[in-house]
Design a protein around this ligand. Structure first.
Ligand code: HEM
Ligand code: HEM
Ligand code: FE2
Length: 460
């Protein structure tokens, strides 16, 4: 740790870990319900467990983003955070918002708008928290006068995420209008501004871990941001095919969303070539696994599996089926869960006691079990989804009859998600098993990987 205020990040990461664990409990509960019988049917029905599962996902990933930003910005701007107190108040408010929202969902208190179910008071708190966060980050950068492109892209992503949440505050009684604007938040988050957040963290990690040239990586970042904007904005229309808007949205959605994976290919190539060309200057190889893993898994989950059902003539069969869940899991995990886990793995050795910089054996087990488990889960949802499309939409079987016939895939889901859960449990255990230690070392000194490249280990 080079700056005392970076310690704030640890508490954000700790909260993210707890919420990640809780998210999986509700995921497993949701999966179990597909197999029935369901003893909790009247206490915790599927719709409630799924809402809690997906909302906890969004909250823990955003908590991770905030912690990782509070870690990265002092490092990049070479200064202490503007206000540590504000950062802790922000975390407190955020946790209260998250916990009360989940309790509310248990009592069916929510707006029913998928992924944006938070009641209005909670939404207002979210806006306040985002403003506090942005203020703290901007003031830190202003104070230091050092503003890197990597930080710029990250900041653009965070500011964009805050602005795009605003449409979610409005309520429309017309269902088509409501769905139309819902995607301004959800789609433009995950296929727009959040990709910038991921890009910012990815560039930071690659510069630190591989000693790659900052100038080269930052040029790539501009290209990626450009591509995200060109394809991502009009790509929103891939959610407008069947919602009751004019039919010209069909070709617009098809063409522009099919271009979206180009940016993700760019991100993958950029991560791979950074490491190939520069080698390793940092001993934390576990963090490098998570970093490259995130770029590659995003290409698979978002790029390839997104492309698989984005064309209208395919989407008319797969829309709203388990094929969507297949893509949703792999994309969210690769792009946003893995990048947060990469930032945590990178920062943790300098915030805890006696932790080897290169990662622990438990850490590697956790990485491979999560990866294998999530790959298996993706295949389970895919096979279930393809079966569902065939039986229900082509043969015309009823929804519930179809569900009975595809149960075997849910057995596979439970098996693979158990492997995944053990992987996550190992990560959480590895996180908490060493106590935090907030010692400042080499304050203000440039990171070793910046001006010189002391060690070059070629990866072949
Ligand atoms: C990291 C990036 C991405 C994430 C996290 C992500 C996540 C998701 C999620 C959670 C859904 C379900 C949303 C809902 O029904 O409320 C969804 C739907 C969808 N995504 Fe993505 N996605 C990403 C990128 C992409 C890309 C690049 C494409 C296209 C190439 C794509 C194509 C689609 C399509 C077509 C749907 C609608 C499925 C349906 O009709 O039911 N996604 N995505
Ligand atoms: C133990 C592991 C997990 C299990 C058993 C699980 C299971 C489930 C189930 C059964 C659903 C409901 C699907 C439906 O609507 O029919 C669901 C939804 C969802 N889960 Fe998970 N999940 C797990 C972990 C995760 C993780 C790690 C992520 C992301 C990083 C994630 C993201 C999502 C998303 C985005 C949805 C909504 C998808 C949609 O609406 O199409 N889940 N999950
Ligand atoms: Fe989308």
């Amino acid at each position: 740790m080079r700056y005392r205020s970076q310690a704030v990040a640890y508490w954000y990461f700790a909260v993210a870990m707890v919420l990640f664990g809780l998210q999986l409990v509700f995921g497993l509960l949701s999966a179990a319900k597909y197999l029935g019988p369901d003893p909790l049917l009247y206490i915790l029905p599927f719709d409630v467990t799924k809402v809690i599962h997906t909302n906890l996902l969004i909250v823990w990933v955003l908590t991770g983003f905030m912690g990782a930003t509070y870690w990265m910005v002092p490092d990049e701007s070479r200064t202490e955070l503007h206000s540590v107190r504000l950062a802790y108040i922000q975390l407190g408010l955020w946790v209260v918002m998250g916990v009360t929202a989940v309790i509310g969902y248990l009592f069916r208190y929510g707006t029913g708008n998928k992924l944006l179910e938070q009641p209005l008071p909670h939404k207002i708190v979210i806006v306040i928290v985002m403003l506090m966060f942005l203020y703290n980050v901007v003031m830190t950068i202003r104070k230091s006068g050092r503003f890197t492109t990597t930080e710029g892209v990250l900041l653009l992503g965070i500011a964009g995420a805050a602005v795009l949440y605003l449409p979610a505050l409005l309520h429309y009684s017309n269902y088509t209008v409501s769905i139309f604007y819902r995607w301004w938040t959800i789609h433009l988050w995950v296929e727009g501004v959040w990709e910038m957040i991921q890009g910012g963290f990815l560039a930071y990690l690659l510069i630190r871990l591989s000693g790659a040239d900052r100038e080269v990586l930052e040029k790539w970042l501009y290209v990626i941001v450009g591509l995200v904007f060109i394809a991502g904005i009009l790509g929103t229309a891939h959610h407008y095919y069947w919602v009751g808007v004019p039919h010209y949205w069909l070709p617009i959605g098809g063409v522009f969303s099919a271009l979206e994976p180009v940016a993700l290919v760019g991100m993958g190539v950029y991560a791979y070539s950074a490491v190939r060309r520069s080698g390793l200057t940092h001993p934390n190889t576990l963090a490098l696994h998570w970093t490259i893993g995130s770029a590659v898994f995003t290409l698979f989950g978002a790029g390839l599996l997104g492309l698989a059902h984005t064309w209208p003539s395919v989407n008319k069969w797969t829309h709203g089926t388990l094929v969507t869940a297949m893509h949703g899991h792999a994309a969210f995990y690769g792009a946003y869960a893995m990048i947060v886990l990469a930032m945590i793995t990178f920062a943790l050795p300098s915030m805890t006691r006696d932790r080897p910089e290169q990662g622990t054996a438990v850490g590697y087990w956790s990485f491979w079990m999560q990866l294998g488990g999530m790959f298996g889960m993706t295949l389970s949802f895919a096979t279930a989804g393809i079966g569902q499309v065939y039986l229900e939409r082509i043969l015309g079987l009823g929804y519930l009859d179809t569900q009975l016939k595809i149960q075997v895939h849910f057995l596979m889901l439970v098996a693979t998600s158990s492997v995944f859960t053990v992987g996550v449990a190992l990560f959480i255990w590895d996180f908490f098993r060493t106590r935090p230690r907030f010692e400042v070392v080499g304050e203000g000194a440039p990171m070793p990987s910046e001006p010189t490249r002391p060690v070059r280990v070629a990866i072949t």
